[in-house]
Design a protein around this ligand. Structure first.
Ligand code: NI
Ligand code: MN
Length: 226
């Protein structure tokens, strides 16, 4: 499994030759300028955690260019289906076996509306069981007790958690979340994109280190192999 960070909560995940794009917010992200090209990003599937613009801005254009299937909650899926895009609707607690692996849509505590005010259902996260590795993409969320359910059904190899605070968990709560999901290897997302969520990288990594955990912060465009 190869995971590339495209900024904010946007990730490119490659499993079994399939390209899964998560929360595409590229063209509106100044920090991604010159590092990622919305017109070249690959996608067979686009997973959307919730409807906020910093997660969905480029979804329609990329889906139309690539023919990717949008996977999200029922309301978001229906929203894109009306635009002629192929979708796979899910809802909390539900799993589906795709050709790249099993995906479960799990609880997130946040909000979810499109920029035009259209209702975007309830926000969620994804647990992906890939070929040999399992990951949890929390999406935008507060620390929640529901995270304790995840290790009951999936042994995680990586937890992708928001750490920017203000709109989501911050570093301290993300450390607790990592305990709840029983995964000490964390990829931090949802930080630095705008003023409210700027973090001190070294201090954040040290906090994780002191808790016996590993926080990875990737450059935009940088990849890791699991
Ligand atoms: Ni959000
Ligand atoms: Mn967000």
């Amino acid at each position: 499994m190869k995971i590339t960070y495209y900024g904010q909560n946007c990730l490119g995940i490659e499993i079994k030759g399939k390209h899964i794009l998560v929360d595409p917010f590229i063209s509106g992200n100044d920090m991604a300028k010159g590092k990622v090209d919305t017109g070249e990003v690959k996608a067979d599937y686009i997973l959307l955690t919730h409807a906020h613009e910093d997660h969905t801005l480029d979804a329609e254009a990329i889906a139309k260019r690539t023919g990717a299937i949008i996977v999200s909650n029922f309301e978001i899926a229906t929203y894109y289906q009306k635009k002629g895009i192929e979708v796979h609707p899910m809802n909390h607690g539900g799993s589906w076996k795709f050709d790249f692996g099993k995906v479960k849509y799990v609880i997130a505590h946040h909000t979810s509306s499109f920029p035009d005010g259209t209702y975007g259902g309830q926000p969620g996260g994804f647990v992906i069981e890939g070929e040999r590795k399992n990951i949890y993409i929390a999406g935008d969320t507060a620390l929640t007790m529901d995270m304790k359910l995840i290790p009951l059904y999936t042994k995680l190899d990586l937890a992708i958690l928001p750490i920017g605070d203000n709109f989501t968990m911050g570093v301290d709560d993300a450390i607790i979340a990592s305990d709840f999901v029983e995964c000490d290897k964390v990829l931090g997302v949802h930080y630095d994109t705008f003023g409210f969520i700027e973090i001190d990288h070294e201090e954040s990594k040290k906090k994780f280190y002191d808790a016996g955990k590993d926080l990875m912060l990737l450059e935009i465009g940088e990849s890791i192999e699991l």
